[in-house]
Design a protein around this ligand. Structure first.
Ligand SMILES: [Zn+2]
Length: 624
């Protein structure tokens, strides 16, 4: 069960650049870099290039309104939009720089370097790097993005430090964080106490990401203590997002109701407070919170967030999930995986990444869905036949940008793959741990000696993994390989010890050693929370694809980019009547007979991985 946080034997994460994508993951990243990840700034230059929000266009008391590209509401809401471009720019830059460095793309890397120089030049003498002019900074009465605009940018700056080891960057971030700690002194200030605070203030709790990373790099506990202080203060204040507040978690009757993306990212702040203090009340709270999140997560791993959870449980047809929420929940599971060493969290990471996240990308175009459901019967702005004329829902479509709503999901869709790649391997005190599977190459070190790893596979589309381990001088270490929760059987052609959720290979490694691990997946019939049937094969959730008609609704100045709607050619919905399901030899295609609800007749249909679909049915009513 995901909800059990038992031991606390942390793994050590690998610095960005230590693990490089290969095979299908590399191809997809290359496609994204030449697609929406590489072009987002040029697709909407007015938000990304023209608005130097960290530089000459820093916000002052004089600015009341600002273009962030979406259809804006009434004036009283305008405060919440002012910081938006900082999140869009920095989350995009974080994903872009990780792509540029993991793919060794020279042109993109030089663009990254230029942007880094620009940011360093914005740093004030006192260390401030942020979006507010001196009249406004740390001096707000209401909603603001002080900590959040810093979090999104500093995450990228620290990633740049990890991959380049450029000390100037680290020093700049340390000074900038010190500037925050000087103005919001620990235990004698209240960084979350404002009049009617909104999303920016609540996102600001994620400054704990920066503090955890600085602790990882410098080993200084002052950062962890500050992260605990932030979480404790957040719990006390009347903030807009209350799911993570300790009193609400410990209240048995409370149901998650917040803005999804906040609810899922805040896991890391609570978890970091627990890991820093060992406080048993926080441990209990973390377990309760993770259990609640199980109920808000669909079978593909998509967490309810369309955009508020509103006390609902996940439902394959009616609850949508936002791309941002997938990235944030996956990041939180990665954080828990690293902090606890419990490999069960890796199963959750793979579930989101291979299913919900792949399934919300357009397989044919350079675009993603802002909102998506597991059962997806139409993508025409609204979902699955809902009439929503009042709110004018437009999020259920494919776009490289989604400018009419908010440019949040495309930047986060550019972050998700590099975050997955960076965490495929970790270290423990005995050696190396293979946490997530997929094609990659790594150059790691253990006890000061270099180890090269080549993992050849097209996992999760096949289940054999070929490992090549090369060392320069003989070295003793333990190599642990996770056993996925779905794998009943696991074979290897190298002597190994079988543990509960991993195998371990203890040996003196010499020169180049080659071995293979094979998992045996089986086709599994599973049940959703409301007793519908769905099918899985190994880590993959299966879907019945629905033929769709594509309509281009917007074209961009840069050729090849467009927004699209999809309507079913003819909508058929099916029930499962316990028919046998056969896998086609050599393919990930599963044939069976389902009942067509509209015609009342049985039909032969094929199921394929959800990640390869646009419109689809994933869950089925089951009558004998
Ligand atoms: Zn979003």
């Amino acid at each position: 069960m995901v909800s059990q946080v038992k031991k606390s034997k942390a793994l050590q994460k690998i610095l960005l650049g230590g693990i490089k994508p290969e095979g299908w993951i590399k191809k997809q990243m290359q496609r994204d870099l030449s697609g929406f990840v590489g072009h987002l700034d040029q697709l909407i230059p007015e938000l990304f290039i023209d608005d130097k929000i960290y530089g000459k266009n820093r916000l002052t008391k004089k600015i009341r309104k600002k273009s962030v590209g979406n259809i804006q509401g009434e004036d009283e809401w305008s405060q919440q939009y002012l910081w938006w471009n900082s999140e869009s720019q920095s989350n995009w830059f974080d994903g872009f720089l990780r792509h540029a460095y993991l793919l060794y793309d020279k042109k993109s890397r030089s663009k990254v370097d230029t942007y880094i120089k620009y940011i360093l030049n914005t740093q004030d003498k006192d260390g401030y790097i942020g979006i507010y002019a001196p009249d406004l900074r740390y001096n707000f009465t209401g909603e603001n993005g002080e900590l959040w605009s810093k979090t999104t940018l500093y995450r990228a700056l620290l990633a740049y430090y990890e991959v380049t080891k450029n000390k100037k960057i680290l020093e700049a971030v340390i000074r900038a964080v010190q500037n925050v700690m000087d103005h919001y002194p620990v235990h004698s200030s209240s960084p979350f106490s404002f009049h009617k605070p909104y999303a920016g203030v609540s996102h600001g709790l994620m400054f704990t990401d920066i503090l955890n990373e600085l602790f990882f790099i410098t080993g200084k506990k002052i950062y962890l203590n500050y992260a605990v202080f932030l979480y404790r203060d957040y719990c006390r204040q009347d903030v807009s997002e209350k799911d993570i507040q300790l009193k609400n978690i410990l209240n048995k009757k409370y149901k998650l109701c917040g803005h999804g993306v906040h609810t899922y990212e805040h896991i890391r702040s609570l978890a970091s407070a627990f890991f820093a203090t060992g406080d048993l009340e926080l441990k209990k709270a973390l377990s309760i919170y993770l259990k609640r999140i199980e109920t808000t997560t669909t079978v593909s791993g998509g967490p309810v967030g369309d955009e508020w959870i509103s006390k609902r449980n996940a439902n394959a047809t009616s609850t949508g999930y936002e791309y941002c929420s997938m990235q944030e929940l996956m990041h939180s599971y990665l954080f828990l995986l690293q902090k606890t060493g419990e490999l069960q969290f890796a199963d959750q990471v793979e579930k989101i990444f291979f299913n919900a996240a792949q399934g919300a990308r357009n397989p044919e175009q350079d675009s993603i869905a802002y909102l998506k459901t597991d059962n997806s019967y139409e993508m025409c702005g609204t979902k699955n036949g809902e009439k929503d004329e009042i709110k004018k829902q437009t999020r259920y479509k494919y776009s490289p940008v989604h400018q009419d709503v908010a440019v949040c999901c495309s930047p986060n869709a550019g972050r998700i793959t590099p975050y997955f790649v960076q965490n495929m391997w970790m270290k423990d005190e005995e050696g190396l741990v293979c946490c997530l599977f997929g094609p990659c190459e790594s150059e790691l070190s253990f006890n000061g000696k270099r180890i090269f790893i080549k993992e050849t596979t097209s996992y999760p589309f096949e289940f054999s993994i070929h490992f090549e381990i090369t060392v320069e001088t003989p070295i003793n270490f333990v190599l642990k390989i996770r056993k996925p929760d779905w794998a009943k059987k696991m074979q290897s052609n190298i002597p190994c010890k079988k543990e509960k959720d991993f195998i371990s290979i203890h040996k003196l490694w010499k020169k180049k050693e080659i071995f293979q691990i094979t998992f045996e997946p089986e086709l599994k019939t599973n049940f959703t929370q409301n007793k519908e049937v769905y099918f899985s094969y190994g880590p993959l959730i299966l879907a019945l694809p629905i033929k769709a008609k594509e309509k281009i609704i917007k074209e961009y100045k840069i050729s090849g980019f467009c927004d699209t709607h999809y309507k079913p050619v003819s909508l058929k919905q099916y029930e499962y009547r316990n028919g046998k399901i056969k896998k086609k030899s050599g393919q990930l295609v599963f044939e069976t007979e389902f009942l067509n609800i509209q015609s009342g007749k049985k039909e032969t249909v094929s199921l394929i991985p959800i990640g390869k679909t646009i419109l689809r049915q994933v869950t089925f009513k089951n009558r004998k």
